[in-house]
Design a protein around this ligand. Structure first.
Ligand SMILES: NC(=O)c1ccc[n+]([C@@H]2O[C@H](COP(=O)([O-])OP(=O)(O)OC[C@H]3O[C@@H](n4cnc5c(N)ncnc54)[C@H](O)[C@@H]3O)[C@@H](O)[C@H]2O)c1
Length: 270
């Protein structure tokens, strides 16, 4: 049920920190993986690494904000593997100037371009890729889309105003797409999302650790204090849930957002 042998998985933002580890896990579970990333060099390097480890993989240049670029990338995936079974919308991120910082940037000073940038990358990029790959799935009559939400969608975190709202939009979109694809195209097209908790990566390093000393910031400590399992996540913690959600093991599951957060979203703080 959890076996991914022969399944073709396209991952946007696949060369990033979390999806690099997830890609390795998917290849180990038998999947053929296409790494779609704005960072073409990174995508190719990861594909080479996956191939050296005995997997089937291809790196493809792709900008999720440019529909033509996504269409070209989809053509490349089909050329390489003949079909596409799964789209993982992994491209996403935050920017410091779309984030309030005490003494540095107030909510009133956040520039509209920064809000747009964060919204576009996290929301529009997922919509556009789902249009292109979703159409292929509609023609096939089957497929899986997996979106990437965040803890801040489930319980808004302080400071990350645009990022949180954009990820909440992903939760709504996940439910909408799940219903739309099942009703309009095929009950064998499923759409779900993962909501990772706190993983120390480049995206949030400046919020969770001190720029100079590397010590945990008060915010970083608050996160640990509110995580019953009392640690940050490791990218490896995501692999099993992703395999479950893109494999036949979850064949009656659609429209859900699964927290992978060490219990953060379950804890009231008391
Ligand atoms: N790191 C965390 O703690 C955390 C927590 C919750 C959710 N997430 C989400 O998980 C996903 C991966 O996060 P990460 O920490 O690995 O980020 P990351 O910055 O390491 O990876 C993001 C990848 O997306 C690529 N990318 C950026 N813009 C793109 C574009 N326009 N088109 C195609 N690719 C583009 C980047 O080149 C990069 O390889 C994101 O959606 C992020 O919002 C991360």
């Amino acid at each position: 049920m959890f076996d991914l042998t022969g399944k073709v998985v396209a991952i946007t933002g696949g060369a990033g920190v979390l999806y690099t580890t997830i890609s390795k896990g998917l290849v180990a579970a038998g999947a053929k993986v296409a790494i779609l990333d704005l960072n073409e060099e990174g995508a190719n390097a990861l594909a080479e690494e996956l191939k050296e480890a005995g997997g089937e993989a291809v790196g493809v240049a792709c900008n999720v904000l440019d529909r033509e670029s996504i269409e070209d990338a989809a053509d490349e995936v089909i050329k390489a593997f003949g079909k596409v079974d799964v789209l993982i919308n992994g491209a996403g991120g935050n920017r410091a100037d779309a984030t309030t910082t005490p003494g540095e940037r107030s909510f009133f000073d956040i520039p509209p371009e920064a809000l747009n940038w964060v919204f576009n990358l996290n929301f529009l990029g997922t919509v556009l890729a789902s249009q292109v790959f979703g159409e292929i799935m509609a023609e096939q009559g089957e497929g899986v889309i997996l979106n990437t939400s965040s803890m801040t969608a489930i319980r808004p975190l302080t400071r990350v105003v645009a990022y949180g709202a954009a990820k909440m939009a992903i939760n709504n979109l996940t439910q909408w797409l799940a219903v739309h694809f099942a009703q309009e195209y095929s009950p064998n097209i499923r759409v779900n999302a993962i909501a990772p908790g706190f993983f120390l990566t480049e995206q949030n390093r400046y919020l969770l650790t001190d720029r100079e000393t590397g010590a945990m910031t008060p915010r970083g400590q608050q996160i640990i204090d509110h995580t019953p399992m009392a640690r940050y996540g490791a990218p490896e913690d995501l692999v099993g849930t992703v395999i479950w959600l893109i494999s036949d093991a979850s064949r009656f599951v659609t429209g859900v957002v699964v927290p992978i957060d060490g219990g953060f979203s379950a804890y009231s703080g008391v």
